[in-house]
Design a protein. Structure first.
Length: 103
């Protein structure tokens, strides 16, 4: 098994999940507080935009992983919910590390 994230639908999903999770944390814990504490609303605008793009990509790659990995619907719902919770994608990634990707 290769260490590259790009070799499988599962690897690509895990990569975008990590990036989406990071963008969510930056939005929640850096951009939003600076918007209100320091009067910097432009941070939320740009970080929010980036997070939105990553979230859409997350959904696309989730669909690909669902099809390729033949996940059950319940697992897909858990992955979707993980994207809505701070640190959720990181917890999910830890569980997905043990899964063998279908290439």
């Amino acid at each position: 098994m290769s260490n590259s994230f790009f070799n499988s639908a599962l690897g690509r999903f895990r990569l975008i999940a990590i990036l989406e999770g990071i963008s969510f944390l930056i939005l929640l814990f850096i951009a939003m507080p600076l918007k209100y504490a320091a009067g910097k609303p432009e941070l939320v605008k740009y970080v929010g935009w980036a997070h939105g793009v990553l979230f859409v990509l997350y959904l696309i790659f989730l669909l690909q992983a669902w099809i390729k990995q033949q996940w059950k619907f319940g697992k897909v719902i858990k992955a979707f919910i993980a994207s809505l919770l701070p640190f959720g994608t990181f917890v999910m990634d830890k569980q997905l590390k043990t899964e063998t990707p279908v290439i």
